[in-house]
Design a protein around this ligand. Structure first.
Ligand SMILES: *Cc1c(COP(=O)(O)O)cnc(C)c1O
Length: 354
């Protein structure tokens, strides 16, 4: 039986995408060859890469606006240093909202002066700082739209007059916004788009070429753009599967359509967390993530009983990250509302049995 998969990443993908991707490993579109044994320069794969790129830009509303979509390797973690390598001449500004921001800051520090404009570390990252100033002489401002581990999400992005860079690994394609205010968006595929192995990087081309340093080819966005994301062998399976997920999302009605579903899933679960006396939400209410809901048991509640109940209900991946403890329900695009209902039913049953 297929489990209800609340895993934070790698995460659930649409069933039909997994089926089609697994078929392509045996044979791609009746060509007598597997997806993973053909040349990445073949017309079949070049077309897959082009579709993945154009679907990304189309879904984000960024076509014909000077952006390029790249499918790179090294994970979102590689972008922590690539962003700095490509943009940081003197000084960069970072908002610190969790583990991933902290790691991005650590890498960027190697390339120049770093201003941490605000941090929510004092609250174990359970909120999003607000009302901070971004220095107007910074080369760029970097933030993390959704904090996968702590379960917070930025609702209002600051208006800045420097290039805006965002790590959207865990909420890209989940909610509508004006993506054209960002200059670089990056996202590891394995949270909301595909299997591990590729990172989507959407770059506004005119933000590049402003640093003096020599950039190693593999770390240079311009090199990857010049080769249409085929500077070296791309991770063909991850790109293909991501493309299928993007096609699935487009067929569903795009980000606007999935956002409605995501809102319904999040309110169903958060309403229960707030109603049920046996649970306490972790993140500040106004900053709660619609992708990753973090919560703890109320004092004295029987954790062993709850754990055995959700496991018996076929739920997977509900344990919180080690730095927060408690529980984390990740509700990425492909998680159906029914799975959230199963979890809520278990929480109610747990209340009755306690
Ligand atoms: C998971 C995650 C990362 C790290 O991604 P990798 O692809 O494993 O390097 C970075 N940022 C955020 C917000 C994440 O959720």
């Amino acid at each position: 039986m297929k489990k209800h998969n609340f895993s934070a990443g790698p995460c659930i993908l649409p069933q039909e995408v997994m089926k089609k991707a697994s078929e392509a490993v045996v044979e791609l579109d009746n060509i007598g060859l597997s997806l993973i044994e053909i040349s990445h320069r073949s017309k079949e794969f070049v077309s897959i890469m082009e579709q993945a790129q154009s679907l990304s830009l189309e879904l984000l509303g960024l076509q014909d606006k000077g952006y390029k979509a790249l499918f790179l390797q090294g994970g979102a973690s590689m972008e922590f240093l690539m962003v700095a390598h490509n943009l940081l001449q003197n000084k960069a500004a970072y908002l610190n909202t969790g583990t991933w921001s902290t790691k991005a800051i650590k890498e960027a520090k190697m390339f120049g002066e770093l201003v941490e404009v605000a941090s929510s570390k004092d609250g174990n990252f359970n909120y999003i700082p607000k009302g901070y100033e971004v220095p107007s002489d910074a080369d760029y401002f970097h933030c993390t739209s959704n904090n996968t581990i702590f379960g917070t999400q930025i609702t209002d992005f600051p208006e800045v007059n420097v290039p805006l860079v965002c790590d959207m690994s865990s909420d890209i394609f989940s909610r509508e916004m004006d993506f054209s205010k960002f200059d670089i968006i990056y996202a590891g595929a394995q949270k909301n788009m595909g299997p591990a192995g590729t990172t989507l990087v959407v770059v506004k081309e005119d933000v590049l070429g402003k640093v003096d340093r020599t950039i190693p080819s593999m770390l240079d966005y311009k090199v990857h753009i010049g080769k249409d994301s085929m500077f070296n062998t791309p991770p063909v399976f991850a790109v293909y599967t991501s493309m299928l997920t993007l096609q699935w999302l487009k067929d569903l009605g795009g980000i606007a359509a999935i956002e409605k579903v995501n809102n319904n899933k999040a309110s169903l679960l958060y309403n229960e967390i707030d109603r049920n006396p046996l649970f306490v939400g972790f993140a500040a209410k106004e900053d709660r993530s619609k992708m990753n809901a973090t919560f703890n048991l109320a004092e004295g509640a029987n954790g062993e009983l709850f754990n055995s109940m959700w496991q018996e209900a076929g739920i997977n991946g509900l344990n919180g990250h080690r730095s927060v403890g408690g529980y984390r329900a990740s509700m990425y695009n492909a998680l159906p509302l029914e799975s959230v209902q199963v979890l809520v039913d278990v929480m109610q049953e747990f209340e009755r049995k306690s």
